[in-house]
Design a protein around this ligand. Sequence first.
Ligand SMILES: *Cc1c(COP(=O)(O)O)cnc(C)c1O
Length: 393
Amino acid sequence: MNIQEANQYLTPNYARFPITLVKGQGTRVWDDTGKSYLDFVSGIAVNALGHAHPAMVKTISEQAATMLHCSNLYYHPQQNELAKKLVSLSGLDKAFFCNSGAEANEAAIKLARKYFHDQGVNKFSIITATQSFHGRTMQTIAATGQDKVKAGFAPLPQGFSHVPLNDWDALEAAIDDTTAAIMLEPLQGEGGVNLAAIEYLEAVRALCDAKGILLIFDEIQTGIGRCGSMFAFEKAGVKPDILTLAKGLGGGIPIGTMLATEKVAVSLSAGSHGTTFGGNPLSCAVALTVLDVIEQEDLLANVLARSTQIKAALQDLADEHDCFTAVKGDGLLLGLQANIEVSPIINACLDNGLMVLGAGPKVLRLLPALNISESEVSEGLDILNQSIKGLDL
Ligand SMILES: *Cc1c(COP(=O)(O)O)cnc(C)c1O
């Protein structure tokens, strides 16, 4: 089926590239014409181990032959083990499983409200950052600090306000008696690869403690090794009360999770929340495999080394071209800030066999798999360089 025909059957909500992908292996993918691409997108930070990693193939086939689903009416070993593993990695106490990032944030928002409700306290509002991205459900577009995701969907759920990231005075001014939680991405992905300052996060934590406000970190994009530590919050040394994860956790199999402290998690009492598919044996078995491979293959060290390699090359580009103004991000969530639209660069890279993406119109974003090799990074950076040269920017 060609693209034109496909568009006859698909809702038009995605502005897709005119490419049909049919196969992936490691950091390389192929389209239906046989053309290959180096993948510096990883399905938007999802394919943490690249494509068709043998350990994932093994787990998926074994689990398919054992049990795919049994609902949350029963216990099963994969969910039990994954909860234990994530609790031990994060230092939080309890895990709830769902199927996507937006669902994990929905759970976090519901839990924050329920926690104060259970204490008979009238706190319900949540402060998030301008340029944040928290998902596409009604609650999570209300939480998202970007107007473009909200247009046309009014009336939106109430109780959200937004302040610029790293702006302390704005945050203090936004807090009132109804504030239940502050929800932040330690490094904004979709909103432009914007890093929260460590001092800011420390101050936010102290403020939350002083005022009895919950701190929620949305690590759906930054978590699971993406920033060179298992979670970005470890680098800042600031622990949230609620943590949400998704994207890289399943390495391509849909899974999301919300982790919370014991004190907060008790409010997610029996019957208060749930999902049919969430935490099924397949997704949990695969997530356990992703976490195992990150440890066995020492991928956090690789993330840091490849990050240094890419940052140096991006800095060279920024030094060479006036249109690039800054290198942004951390680990393998990196951005090149431009003062022009980056879509021609993305298209030129695609023509030349490299997949990169944007983070807003003027930031070029790179999200390679955590296990990308040094030579694949060099090859990708060469293509990026050639593509930029060819555009004569
Ligand atoms: C991708 C993303 C989400 C939404 O995840 P979905 O799986 O698309 O629902 C939420 N928060 C952040 C930070 C993300 O990057």
